[in-house]
Structures are given as C-alpha cells and as structure tokens.
Design a protein around this ligand. Structure first.
Ligand SMILES: Cc1ncc(COP(=O)(O)O)c(C=O)c1O
Length: 373
C-alpha cells in the first residue's frame, strides 16, 4: 500500500482490470476472425451458444444483440402482444417493463420482498386478472427470485414465465440455474454484468424447440430462407468479436462468481453490527452478487460521506417503475408499492467486482463504520 493510498479513488467497477486478463487471447481471436472474413453470426457465435447452453444445462441458447432484445423477442415468441397483461416487478432497470410495453402489452406491477428486492409471489396472485398472460420476474442484483412459488402460480393460472436474468448469470434457484426454469430466460452481456462483453450483447435460453426457432427467425428480420420473410423481425444479431470475448470469459466465470461471493462474505463480516441491512441469500448458490446492495435509513448522507472519501457508490434504483413518468397513464399512485418505494429511498450499492483490491473493501467498510449512525 502506498503512502497516499487513502486518497486514491475507490471505483465502483474496474472493467479495464477484467479486460487486461483476456486482452492477449481476445486480440489474437480478433485477428483470426478478421482473416476468416466472417463477422456476424458465424462459428464463434454458434460455439458460444453451445457452450452457454451446456453451462446452464438447457436445450437452447440463442444469441441476440442485447438483453432488451432477448426480452422483447422472448415475449413475441411466446405470443404476448397488444391487450395482454404481464405481471412484473416495479424494482428493476427500466428495460424489464419497457420490453413489455414495446410488444404492446401492459406491465402490471406487483410489489417486492424487502429482503431480496425481488418480486413477492404473494403480491403476484392478487394482480392476476382476465387479461393476464405472463409473469416476468427479474433476478435483481444477481439474486434468484423464488422461482418455485412463481412457477406454481403460473401453472395454476395457465401463465407463461419470462425470466429476466440480465443481472444474474450463474445464480441458482433451488439448485437450478436461473434462465432454465421459466419458458425462457433473457440475459444481458452489457459490460458491467456478471458475464459481460466489450460492447452490447444478449442471450435467450429455452428448453422449447418452437421458442428457439422463432427467436432465431425474429433476430434476423423474420427470415425463413435466403431473402424469404415470413414475418416482421428485427436486426438483433451478435457479432463474432463479442462472442469470442464471451467464450473466453465463460471459461473463467466460476472463478469470477466465487470472487464476487468472497467479497460479499467480507462485506457481511466487516459490516455486521452496523445499522444497515446487507443482502440476504437463502443458500450459497442463489446470489452471484452482480451488484452488492445494502439498505440503510440515512442513505443520502452516508453516500455523501463516502464520496468525500473518494469512494464511488450507486443508487439502484431511485424510482420505482410504476412511478416513472412514462407510466403515468397506468394510474399508480405514490404509496401503491410501499416496499418498493421504501427500498428506492434506502438502497445503496457498494463497489464489487472480481479483482477488487482488499484494501478497497476495507476502506469501504471503514468509511461506512464512520458514517452510519
Ligand atoms: C434487469 C435488467 N433487465 C434488462 C436489461 C437490459 O439489458 P441490455 O442493456 O443488454 O439491453 C438490463 C440491463 O442493464 C437489466 O439490468
């Protein structure tokens, strides 16, 4: 540790650190891809789809251009469209409900569980109506939703389940990978994610042959044979260069997830006894700590105090989806999702990433010790 280490910034993430680990191998693959002349949906993408499906123990994985596209195309392949209602969480990144709106369906928000930040199955049942077609749970921050309860409700009411796994690659619910439990799983490879690339990318997983065939068609303009189009699709193709990076990262993903879990365990130990709530996980496999989010009463003052010590934090999220301006027409009032609304005032996400220096973990915890009353 250098003399002035206390003055060095503690970043929220260090994506360049992860890049350095793969730099040589990736650049060499880029040269080979360049020499092959095949840049989109080629052998790298096909191999990555196979390896991803094998890792998860699922039949199909279809690479697309983003996590948002995976959600939109998954909803479309399941026949969700105008007039349909999809029950989802108000506590997520906007893309979760945006995808529902983009296919013309209506998001119906059900409040969350205060310990996991994930949708509360008890609140789902009371939102089911004549137009409900699907449930879209989000494994937020890398924490698996209570999928057993959600699937039971879905089966009882004839609903399909689209899992938003954007933040939760590698998390398990009752011993099974998220994304392998519902009708389809949707992943994002945005660079900050647990499995992230060096650009944009996404994946849809499913055990259903029909869904995977349909999404393969939709991602390429609804093309059924060369320049023959059976329906409107879009351009949502993954490129070879991103697939090559993702294949390299998949090889060491278990180490990365273990590194996140070790940091989470240290935070839990060093923050115990303080007036704050740390993430709860029912077992060792259900959380991958894509984001490490604590809850505390005087969030904004604590955040300012950490910033004064050059420690970066984030607020995920400052406003529930049900209160976003764009959904004003849906008529949700302040107070309609009390748990979510409380969480938006109390959440604070701390730095976490594989390779995070030990001294940074300690500086975050020391600063919290000083700032939390
Ligand atoms: C929960 C959630 N869903 C969906 C998305 C959308 O993924 P992408 O940015 O790859 O479109 C994100 C990305 O941040 C996310 O966090």
């Amino acid at each position: 540790m250098s003399d002035n280490d206390e003055e060095m910034p503690v970043p929220f993430l260090d994506l360049a650190c992860a890049f350095r680990a793969n730099e040589k191998a990736w650049l060499s693959r880029i040269r080979e891809i360049g020499a092959s002349g095949c840049f989109i949906l080629g052998q790298e993408v096909a191999a990555f789809e196979r390896e991803f499906a094998r890792y998860m123990g699922i039949k199909h994985a279809v690479a697309v251009a983003s996590g948002t596209d995976a959600l939109v195309l998954g909803l479309r392949a399941l026949g969700i469209g105008p007039g349909d209602e999809v029950i989802t969480t108000p506590y997520s990144f906007f893309a979760s409900s945006e995808a529902i709106s983009m296919v013309g369906a209506i998001p119906v928000f059900a409040d969350i569980d205060r310990n996991s930040f994930t949708i509360d199955p008890h609140r789902i049942t009371e939102k089911i109506g004549a137009r409900t077609r699907a449930i879209l749970p989000v494994h937020i921050f890398g924490h698996a939703c209570d999928m057993a309860a959600i699937l039971k409700i879905a089966r009882a009411h004839g609903l399909v389940v689209i899992e938003d796994c954007a933040q939760a690659f590698g998390a398990k619910s009752n011993g099974e990978y998220v994304g392998a439990l519902g009708d389809c799983g949707c992943f994002s490879f945005y660079p900050t994610k647990v499995l992230g690339c060096y650009g944009d990318g996404g994946m849809l997983t499913s055990n259903d042959d029909g869904i995977q065939e349909h999404v393969r068609r939709l991602r390429n303009h609804g093309m059924v044979a060369s320049y023959m189009h059976a329906e409107f699709g879009c351009n949502s193709r993954l490129d070879e260069i991103q697939a090559a990076a993702l294949r390299l990262k998949l090889q060491c993903i278990n180490d990365d997830i273990n590194a996140r879990r070790k940091i989470a365990a240290q935070y839990a130990r060093l923050l115990s006894g303080l007036e704050l709530a740390i993430p709860q996980s029912p077992d060792a496999e259900s959380h991958v700590y894509g984001v490490y989010t604590i809850r505390l009463k005087n969030r904004d003052a604590v955040r300012r105090s950490l910033a004064e010590r050059r420690i970066s934090t984030a607020v995920y999220y400052p406003l529930g989806l049900h209160l976003q301006e764009v959904y004003r027409g849906l008529g949700y009032a302040t107070g309609s999702m009390p748990v979510c609304e409380r969480m938006t005032a109390e959440n604070l996400s701390l730095p976490i990433y594989p390779g995070m220096p030990q001294r940074h973990i300690e500086r975050v915890c020391n600063a919290l010790n000083g700032a939390v009353q």
